[in-house]
Design a protein around this ligand. Structure first.
Ligand code: HEM
Length: 583
């Protein structure tokens, strides 16, 4: 990899260098030159590029004539354009560096004067690993070859190989975040040639139709992605109620909300009696129960992990969690009715009604031992907090798997399949997995990595809010937050520190009685702590850490659990507040 930080030019593969050089008709430029990690060396190459272009313009050359790149003519050209180019290059580079460093919706994919123009026909030739994979976004050209294996959306990215991502991102609008723009610009190799830019196909409007079932949402939600909708409430509001109001419950949609269909089928290995039933049939055929359980997105607190070291994914704060009362029928009853027996199957697959641009539905699976165990309280739920499910939460019926990450609790449930293997979906096989730093994306197989199911022990401070200012009249600070552990493990205690972890105080816990091993609901905690006098007029760090009933505690720092998808961030939580001088 050749990285030239001075110009923010990043070229990821030698083959790319060669291809760019070919594109620009630099056949005589030795690729060896490019491997030198010297900024001025590369700058010289770009100088040549401009020089050649200017020479061609003077000659009225259409570019089909190969420029003379012999040593003497190179120097003559460089001298001829030297001064003018220096001034021009300085301002051009400065402008494009700014765009490259912190691209936003306006600057991502905009032209950069420090990069070459590349013709569409050359981009179209780069469609697979043998040629390298290139694609465009607006006026930008990107080499994503090495990124494909690491792409959180897996092979989907190849749909845009050799072409434009713009239309795909109308649908997968989860990409329109500063975070993705930044990653994208790191892969930048050039500009789409101005003559080809006009031909980039516009959106055909199909994404608007796909998103025609989106419901109205509470304005209080902080939106991370509008399409598909992903949002969380302000964390201070989370601790006001033990049961999170539905309108404040975080929403994690991978795909557009589908049209409502009231039918769930059961099929697959060992199914002697295929089932196709509506919610009202479920209610009459099976016992209806209510389970109080927290649900947490596997990406909750990702933003903190990203602050430590960059990760890939939506920048969730600490409120991608909620605690609700879910009413429905036991999955174990439904599977028994269909004739499925333990021993026949290894996994149960859930298919949602939401599907991607190619019509592939969202899918996830859970181990059969969990699905068939009535004590695990896995539900086909049709009510949340005493009301029929809201559209954003899977109406009319969704799966609830207490103690598991949210991604396995499939919304808009259409189909349940008893199976010997896990779901084939990319969300099961390639995403929602944590790989070690040693994982080699080019050679190791992500589908061999264990999927995440249960959540580890977690706690977070919701009040005071990070970055807020305490009241000057107060000598104490009231700290409130939530705690939870996956797998039915309850919370034994939560400790809070206001002196950088030197001393800790036990917080008061608010819990609901649930059976041992079935403690699905969260625990709220609060404590009032004296503000250390030496903090007046400065900042105060407030920390919390929880211990679950299996005596697991939260890791002290992020380094040990950092992973590139930013999943399961449960390191000790810390907020920093300002303490004014007392009056
Ligand atoms: C070209 C550069 C691209 C970059 C830098 C990129 C980056 C990302 C990132 C960071 C995510 C994680 C989002 C999250 O879960 O929070 C993601 C997810 C995804 N991407 Fe891309 N992507 C690219 C191209 C594409 C293309 C061309 C497609 C489709 C044709 C695509 C389809 C998807 C899908 C389906 C997901 C999963 C969404 C989900 O599970 O919610 N991506 N991508």
């Amino acid at each position: 990899m050749l990285r030239v930080t001075g110009t923010r030019l990043m070229v990821t593969r030698l083959s790319t260098v060669a291809s760019v050089a070919r594109t620009l008709q630099w056949q005589r430029v030795s690729v060896n030159v490019w491997t030198t990690r010297s900024e001025c060396c590369v700058t010289r190459q770009w100088t040549r590029c401009y020089a050649t272009a200017i020479r061609q313009q003077r000659r009225g050359s259409c570019g089909s004539r190969r420029p003379d790149l012999g040593l003497r003519s190179r120097w003559r050209s460089a001298l001829a354009v030297g001064t003018a180019f220096g001034i021009f290059a300085y301002f051009a580079l400065r402008r494009s560096h700014r765009a490259a460093e912190s691209p936003d919706g306006a600057t991502a994919g905009s032209r950069r004067d420090d990069l070459p123009d590349i013709r569409r026909k050359d981009i179209e030739r780069h469609k697979d690993a043998s040629t390298g994979v290139w694609m465009t976004y607006r006026d930008g050209v990107y080499d994503v070859t090495d990124f494909v294996a690491e792409h959180p959306g897996n092979k989907k990215i190849l749909l845009a190989a050799g072409g434009a991502v713009d239309g795909f991102w109308d649908f997968y609008a989860i990409h329109h975040t500063p975070h993705v723009y930044r990653q994208l610009e790191e892969l930048r190799i050039g500009n789409l040639h101005p003559e080809d830019a006009a031909q980039t196909p516009a959106s055909n409007g199909s994404s608007s139709k796909a998103f025609s079932h989106e419901p109205r949402r509470a304005p209080v939600l902080q939106v991370h992605s509008a399409r598909p909708f992903n949002a969380e409430p302000p964390s201070e509001l989370l601790v006001d109620d033990f049961i999170t109001p539905t309108t404040l419950f975080f929403v994690r949609n991978h795909l557009p909300v589908p049209a409502m269909v009231d039918s769930v089928t059961v099929d697959g290995v060992g199914v002697h009696r295929p089932v196709n039933m509506s919610v009202s049939e479920m209610k009459t055929r099976f016992e209806v129960i209510t389970v109080t359980t927290a649900m947490q997105c596997a990406g909750n607190r990702r933003r903190e992990m990203d602050d430590f070291r960059s990760v890939k994914g939506l920048q969730w704060g600490s409120a991608a969690i909620g605690n609700a009362e879910w009413t429905g029928v036991r999955l174990s009853d439904v599977l028994a009715y269909a004739g499925v027996r333990e021993g026949d199957i290894e996994h149960v697959i859930f298919q949602g009604g939401d599907s991607d641009a190619e019509g592939t539905p969202y899918e996830a699976s859970i181990p059969a031992a969990i699905a068939l165990d009535p004590h695990r309280d896995v539900l086909l739920a049709f009510e949340m907090n005493g009301e029929p499910l809201a559209e954003d939460h899977g109406a009319p019926c969704r799966v609830i798997v207490p103690g598991f990450i949210g991604a396995r609790q499939v919304k808009w449930l259409r189909r349940i399949t008893a199976s010997r293997a896990v779901s084939e979906s990319h969300w099961q096989r390639a995403d929602y997995k944590i790989v070690p730093d040693s994982f080699n994306w080019a050679h190791d197989d992500i589908s061999e990595v264990m999927p995440i199911y249960e959540y580890p022990v977690q706690s977070a401070i919701c009040e005071p809010a990070n970055g807020s200012s305490l009241d000057a009249d107060e000598d104490t600070v009231v700290v409130r937050g939530y705690s939870w552990s996956g797998g039915g493990r309850g919370i034994l205690g939560v400790d809070v520190s206001v002196d950088e972890g030197v001393t800790w105080r036990a917080a008061r816990l608010t819990q609901t009685p649930q059976g041992v091993g079935r403690q699905w609901a969260w625990t709220l905690f609060d404590v009032e702590a004296a503000i250390p006098s030496d903090r007046r007029g400065g900042r105060l760090d407030v920390m919390c850490r929880a211990v679950d009933t299996a005596h697991n505690s939260q890791p002290g720092d992020i380094a040990a659990i950092w992973n590139q998808r930013g999943l399961l961030h449960n390191a000790c939580h810390r907020v920093t507040v300002h303490v004014p001088e007392s009056h």
